[in-house]
Design a binder for this molecule. Sequence first.
Ligand SMILES: [Zn+2]
Length: 280
Amino acid sequence: MKTYSTAPGSERVKDIVCNICGSALCREYLLIDSARFVKCSRCGLVYQNPQPVFDDLKRRYSEEYFNYERINEKNFFNLMRLGLKDIDFTNLTANIKKTGNTFLDIGCATGMLLESMRKEGWEVKGVEICEGSAGYGRRMRKLDIYTGTLEEANYDNDTFSVVHFSHLIEHLNDPEKFLREVYRILKADGYAVITTPNVNGFQARILRGKWRSAIPDHLYLFSKKTLYSLLKLTGFNILKTVTWGGAAKGLVPGFIKYPVDKMAKSFGFGDVMLVLINKG
Ligand SMILES: [Zn+2]
């Protein structure tokens, strides 16, 4: 089963250059519906080119998208929790929590993670572009959620102890600009946690165009190498990486899936990766 995706329809698109190295040289990588993915000839970044312009792109995060996020909120929440457990988040942040306990979730959807973090003593804030999801979190969970982009929220320098964004960065037109903004608002002793699909993972390599993350809503498909390059370029220090998911469900029998998943995790070629970073 593929991840949710909206049909692009009549969006305006523009040609772009590589977000990491600025090169315009690229070659065809994948064609998914009307979305053309290319690979940068210089640094290997996989990205959509041309890309929908932001004003049209944001219309995808409509009422329909809110329904998808609401229906799946528990599943997504459980996956995010597992990721945080893998990096031993509670112990990791025990010290910084004494001096500052501000937690920002960007692309926070309906706010289920924020609600659970608040119970653990964090002072939580969210950013969410989908008005339906943001409104639901504000109304039902009494959360402080800004509707719009991180740049529009315009937080002060060095505001947050933890900045978390799961399955968000691959949806953005300009991940470099976004990461520079994360850097600006993150405290000197703070952490940022990124989760995104891994285009070099086992599933992506085998399934290619049928991979669940190869969808028009994903403007970038990072590998560990390209994500690390972008993080270093924007000043971050990489502390830890975890990957999950080896064999696709239904693709292989269960007795193979379990060991393959375990191996994918041990050797870092899982379908999804989580990277823990701080200010270098
Ligand atoms: Zn490049």
